[in-house]
Design a protein around this ligand. Structure first.
Ligand code: FES
Length: 201
């Protein structure tokens, strides 16, 4: 038989365990079902409503190519495509994307071949540590499509005229990629890589 103090600590331990189990059960009850088509595959998730798309991709689907940098919408490391549009996955809830198509860096290659912008990043040496690279590439791919669709940017001299891909100067690329930050010295190489990929697209 234990001492009074050891019996008290046993009781306290059991109370804590019961409390933790009740909290876990409550969290499970609060989970919601979300269906995403990620890189062409339908994925059914049971997640807490507060889970961001970034967390769902990295933690529930193990797609860790999408990076968590600032986790507050400032760095662009978490950029993915939702129905073809670039989005900061740390700034949107996974539940808000129910039924949508998500593309991550893992889904860019086709038939074993890198996406032209992935290849251009290698050719132009557009990265050092690579932490921000997936976000840069996802943003760059969408940016080229935006330019092809005629979208102007804050750097466009005359927004009343239709924007053409041939108008995509280095200044335009810098402006359109301004939401993607990096800490090394590769900005010029990234601009060159995007210009190459845009010319080839
Ligand atoms: S991690 Fe999303 S913007 Fe930085």
């Amino acid at each position: 038989m234990g001492s009074p103090s050891s019996r008290e600590s046993d009781a306290s331990f059991e109370a804590n365990a019961t409390d933790a189990a009740a909290k876990a059960a409550k969290r499970d009850l609060e989970k919601i079902s979300v269906s995403l088509t990620v890189n062409g595959q339908r994925r059914a998730l049971a997640i807490e409503p507060r889970m961001t798309l970034l967390e769902a991709l990295r933690e529930d689907l193990a797609l860790t190519g999408t990076k968590k940098g600032c986790d507050r919408g400032e760095c662009g490391a978490c950029t993915v495509h939702v129905d073809g549009r670039r989005i900061l996955s740390c700034m949107t809830l996974a539940a808000m994307q129910d039924g949508k198509g998500i593309t991550t860096i893992e889904g860019l290659a086709r038939d074993g071949a890198l996406h032209p912008l992935q290849a251009a990043f290698i050719e132009r040496d557009g990265f050092q540590c690579g932490f921000c690279t997936s976000g840069q590439i996802m943003s760059g791919v969408a940016m080229i499509e935006e330019a092809k669709a005629g979208w102007p940017s804050a750097a466009t001299a005359d927004a009343t005229k239709p924007f053409r891909l041939s108008d995509l100067s280095n200044t335009e690329i810098r402006e359109r990629m301004s939401g993607n930050l990096r800490r090394c010295a590769c900005y010029p190489n990234i601009v060159d890589a995007i210009a190459d990929a845009a010319r080839r697209s």
